[in-house]
Design a protein around this ligand. Structure first.
Ligand SMILES: [Cu+2]
Length: 154
């Protein structure tokens, strides 16, 4: 009985790390949280050798992690959860420039400048296979990143 349960759990997740080398992540960063802040955004650049989609994220320091888009509606910056982000073959996708970020919601502890925070993304290939991709984000001081953020909205 136990054996069957384990087998079906593996089948359900359908995750393989066989193609992990095909997906590269760089420049992952977030910023230190201010007192009382319980969410944070992660930015990164992701390149997939083959056409794929970013379909999920789970971050160690957050209760919930989502993929968000960020758009200006008039004067307001609005964030929405999206199901996936397209990753064209061989193209470096800068989430920030493309108007996306990873959202950490319900932080388990404050994010401290100089430390790192870990997430795991799920990238789905055109063949429907999922690959887990580790993301280690630098935590930048608050002041440094304020400037960055504005650059994304013009
Ligand atoms: Cu968000």
């Amino acid at each position: 009985m136990k054996r069957i349960l384990i087998a079906s759990l593996l089948a359900m997740t359908g995750v393989t790390s066989a193609y992990a080398g095909d997906v590269k992540v760089k420049d992952a960063w977030t910023r230190a949280t201010a007192a009382g802040q319980d969410s944070a955004m992660v930015q990164l650049v992701i390149t997939s050798k083959k056409a794929a989609k970013l379909v999920g994220v789970a971050c160690k320091d957050a209760n919930t992690s989502e993929i968000h888009s960020m758009v200006m509606e008039g004067e307001l910056m609005k964030m929405r959860q999206v199901d996936s982000i397209d990753l064209p073959a061989g193209k470096a996708v800068d989430l920030g420039e493309a108007g996306y970020h990873l959202m950490l919601i319900g932080l388990k502890k404050p994010l401290e400048a100089g430390k790192k925070t870990n997430c795991e993304m799920v990238v789905r290939g055109a063949d429907g296979k999922d690959t887990k991709v580790q993301v280690i984000s630098k935590i930048k001081p608050l002041a440094e990143s304020a400037h960055h953020e504005h650059a994304h909205h013009h």
